[in-house]
Design a protein. Structure first.
Length: 343
């Protein structure tokens, strides 16, 4: 069997080994709202640093300015902790884990130049990688955890069970429970999963939806207005928060296209989120619709073919109901226009 694996330059593997062996003060930085991929990769890299460096007085830390709820569950389950702090104290070596640019972290940028910088990531490279002495970046990898697993495999080190659980969580999370997995993802999973119950990993990655989100979904449904254009079902609704998730829900339960408005009087802000089915996205582009609606509202909008949104200022001269009505009508009209012109 030919093993298809992520390609990492042997020179890079050796250089990484050298950095970890020779440095005992290392900070592993994760991006804002650190997700299971960032957390899993950082935990595993810290473990690697710990076994490669023999000093007694090591200082190996993981830090992020915020951590997602799911990541907190995983950390708790594995008995790991990370420091949640802005402007962490920088150490001799600083790793950017699952992080491609400086706007994803809160650090003292000036002080960074006193450290050896290393990047391990799977996003598109940015200028930050030029500042790094070593960047192990593979845009083709589904997750940073997949890259880190491959680093272990190439170094011939099989990490202990807890570390493999952390890596599997990251891979499962970033591949949307394997929907985005590639052949090499399965190869690396086969290598990691020995003695691990796959259902346990899936369980670690499930969480109850917030009550506020569930209520918003239900309100969006109960307030929904249904219209029809050329056989397409258009769902229009409004909530005060979670509009994106509500728009997604309306499509998932049967609409072809949905627009959900949230008027936030306090912030004097109007937000709209739109979603449509893949079939419909072959005819219209949600991002273009949102951009055009935003223009009419003097706001800003855009996005992808199937998912998009906009922000605009709320004009206090009008009542909330009036604004909601106007904005939804506008979304509907522009959608209709775009649909007709696509014929
Ligand atoms: Mn990631």
């Amino acid at each position: 069997m030919v093993l298809i694996m992520i390609k990492i330059d042997s020179k890079d593997i050796n250089f990484l080994k050298k950095i970890l062996k020779e440095n005992k003060n290392i900070l592993f930085l994760c991006h804002h709202n650190a997700d299971p991929d960032a957390i899993g990769a950082a935990i595993a890299l810290k473990y690697l640093a710990n076994i490669l460096n023999k000093s007694e007085d090591k200082n190996l830390r993981i830090s992020a300015d915020s951590v997602s709820k799911l990541s907190k569950n995983i950390l708790e389950e594995l008995g790991e902790s990370i420091e949640v702090v802005q402007y962490p104290k920088l150490l001799n070596v600083v790793f950017f884990v699952d992080t491609s640019s400086l706007n994803q972290i809160t650090v003292n940028t000036q002080e960074l130049k006193n450290s050896i910088l290393v990047m391990v990531d799977h996003h598109k490279k940015t200028d930050l990688s030029h500042l790094c002495s070593l960047s192990i970046v593979d845009e083709g990898a589904t997750s940073t955890c997949e890259i880190v697993s491959e680093i272990f495999r190439r170094m011939n080190i099989c990490p202990p069970k807890d570390i493999r659980v952390a890596l599997l969580c990251g891979i499962l999370y970033d591949t949307k429970h394997l929907k985005l997995a590639k052949e090499e993802t399965f190869q690396i999973i086969a290598w990691l999963i020995r003695d691990i119950n796959f259902q346990r990993i899936l369980y670690l990655l499930t969480q109850d939806m917030d009550e506020s989100k569930r209520i918003a979904h239900l309100k969006a449904c109960s307030r929904m207005e249904i219209r029809e254009v050329e056989g397409y079902i258009v769902a229009l609704s409004h909530v005060s928060s979670h509009e994106a998730s509500c728009a997604k829900t309306l499509v998932s339960i049967g609409a072809d296209i949905s627009f959900v408005v949230a008027v936030r009087k306090k912030n004097r802000e109007i937000r709209v989120s739109g979603r449509c089915r893949k079939v419909l996205s072959k005819r219209i582009h949600m991002g273009e619709i949102m951009e055009e609606v935003a223009n009419k509202l003097d706001g800003e909008g855009g996005g992808h073919r199937e998912a998009a949104g906009l922000n605009a200022q709320y004009d206090k001269g009008k009542s909330k109901d009036e604004v909601i009505r106007e904005v939804l009508d506008l979304c509907y009209d522009i959608f209709k226009e775009k649909l007709y012109s696509s014929n």
